[in-house]
Design a protein around this ligand. Structure first.
Ligand code: 5GP
Ligand code: ZN
Length: 130
């Protein structure tokens, strides 16, 4: 069983922030900033691609709820939402989850580096699979 499933079952402790029938929110054990939360589905899905459409509304609601609570409760000035899908993208725990990272003015965290835009045939390649 994966570590997040163990947390959901209560076999491993966590800093629980919010829970409903579908979703659990808890503090990341290795936070990027204070109040860094993880929003997970109670069902085990590996990545975004496996999450059924009808579950996504509960995730979206929880993300909004947590973002608002972080802004009010921690006086955050903003927040980032991130999701790593597949190991190439940095996913370490293979139980789909969103990171909600409170941001504070002048916190020094950097965004991903951008590259120069190059015209290519990516549009065609991507659209083929929509
Ligand atoms: P990923 O790279 O898979 O998107 O991120 C996994 C996240 O889960 C990491 O930020 C890591 O700190 C967090 N994490 C891993 N194991 C545990 C744990 O046992 N408890 C908590 N609260 N967070 C964990
Ligand atoms: Zn799991």
């Amino acid at each position: 069983m994966c570590i997040f499933c163990k947390i959901i079952k209560g076999e491993v402790p966590c800093g629980k922030i919010y829970e409903d029938e579908h979703v659990l929110v808890f503090l990341d054990i290795n936070p990027i900033s204070k109040g860094h939360c993880l929003v997970v589905t109670k069902e085990h899905y590996e990545t975004l691609l496996e999450i059924p459409e009808d579950e996504s509304i509960y995730l979206f609601k929880a993300l909004k709820k947590i973002g608002k609570a972080l802004m009010k409760g921690l006086k955050a000035d903003g927040f980032n939402i991130g999701m790593n899908n597949f190991s190439a993208a940095g996913q370490v725990v293979m139980h789909a989850h969103f990171h909600v990272i409170p941001r504070f003015k002048g916190d020094g965290l950097k965004h991903w580096p951008g590259k120069k835009f190059e015209e290519g045939d990516y549009v065609k390649e991507i659209k083929r699979f929509l």
